[in-house]
Design a protein around this ligand. Structure first.
Ligand SMILES: [Zn+2]
Length: 246
C-alpha cells in the first residue's frame, strides 16, 4: 500500500483547465472565526503567490467537528483550511463542498517549521503559499473515501489549477510533516485522484448521485448555528489538526 508520506504530484505549467465553478457554500457561521484562525498572506499577490495545494483528512466523523478547530476553547490554538469535503454520512455529501476560509487569506493547516525539499524549493511557512483541503474521514477502522469525495477534491484542485498561474505542487500533509502526520491516510486513492485532476473530468453531479436526503433536514443543518453544532460535537480533542498553529 502506498505511503501518504510519498503523496505528491506536480502540475504541468501548460494545459491548464478552463475556469471551473465549484459547488461550494460557506459553512454556516464560519465567517465569525476568520479573525482568529486565518491571517493575511505574506506573499504580495495571492493569485501569483499560490504554489501548492495540501490534502488533509480530518480524522473525525463530521464537517461540524472539523470546523470546530477554527473556534477552539479559550487558550487552545486554532487551525483552519480553505475547503472541507463532507463525508458520505452527511446530507451535503454528493451536493456541495464547504468553503471555510477566504482564498486570499492564509489558513493554518501546516506548521510553519515544516517543509519538503521537493516542494517550493524547501521553503517553510507553507500556509502563506498554499491552499488547504480537508476531507472528512475517520482515518481508522478502514473508513474509505467515497468516489464523490475523491472527485470533489480533484475538482477543487482543478479549480485552483485554472485560477492560480503558479500553482505547481499537490501534496499530502504527511509529505510535509511525516514525523507527526499521516493524512490523508493510506486509504486515500492518490493515483485515482491524480488521474481525475490531470484528465478531463465529468461534472461532479454525474459522478455520484447525491444521497437521498430530506430537504428540510438539509435546510435545518444550514441554518443551525455553529454553537449548536459544537454542542453536539464530542471528539474535538482527537482531531489531528489541533495544535497546528504553533
Ligand atoms: Zn492534515
Amino acid at each position: 500500500m502506498p505511503s501518504p508520506k510519498d503523496f505528491q504530484f506536480d502540475l504541468p505549467a501548460t494545459d491548464r483547465p478552463s475556469p471551473i465553478t465549484l459547488p461550494e457554500e460557506w459553512f454556516p457561521g464560519v465567517q465569525n472565526y476568520w479573525a482568529r484562525c486565518t491571517s493575511e498572506r505574506s506573499v504580495g499577490d495571492h493569485i501569483n503567490g499560490i504554489v501548492a495545494v495540501v490534502i488533509h483528512a480530518t480524522a473525525g466523523a463530521s464537517s461540524s467537528g472539523a470546523v470546530s478547530v477554527m473556534n477552539p476553547a479559550p487558550g487552545k490554538p486554532s487551525a483552519s483550511f480553505h475547503w472541507l469535503v463532507p463525508d458520505e454520512d452527511e446530507p451535503q455529501h454528493g451536493r456541495l463542498i464547504w468553503a471555510c476560509a477566504r482564498e486570499k487569506d492564509a489558513a493554518w493547516h501546516v506548521q510553519n517549521s515544516k517543509s519538503h525539499p521537493a516542494v517550493n524549493n524547501g521553503k517553510t511557512h507553507v500556509n502563506h503559499w498554499s491552499l488547504g483541503i480537508e476531507i472528512v474521514n475517520r482515518q481508522s477502522g478502514g473508513d474509505s473515501f467515497s468516489d464523490w469525495q475523491v472527485a470533489a477534491t480533484a475538482q477543487i484542485v482543478r479549480y485552483c489549477y485554472a485560477k492560480y498561474p503558479n500553482l505547481k505542487h499537490v501534496i499530502s500533509h504527511a509529505r510535509l510533516d511525516p514525523q507527526r502526520r499521516n493524512d490523508p491516510g493510506p486509504n486515500f486513492p492518490w493515483d485515482k485522484f491524480t488521474q481525475l485532476v490531470m484528465g478531463a473530468q465529468a461534472p461532479l453531479s454525474m459522478l455520484t448521485k447525491p444521497k437521498a436526503v430530506n430537504g428540510s433536514a438539509l435546510d435545518q443543518f444550514k441554518t443551525a448555528s455553529l454553537a449548536d453544532e459544537e454542542a453536539n460535537f464530542k471528539i474535538r480533542e482527537n482531531l489531528h489538526i489541533k495544535s497546528l498553529h504553533k
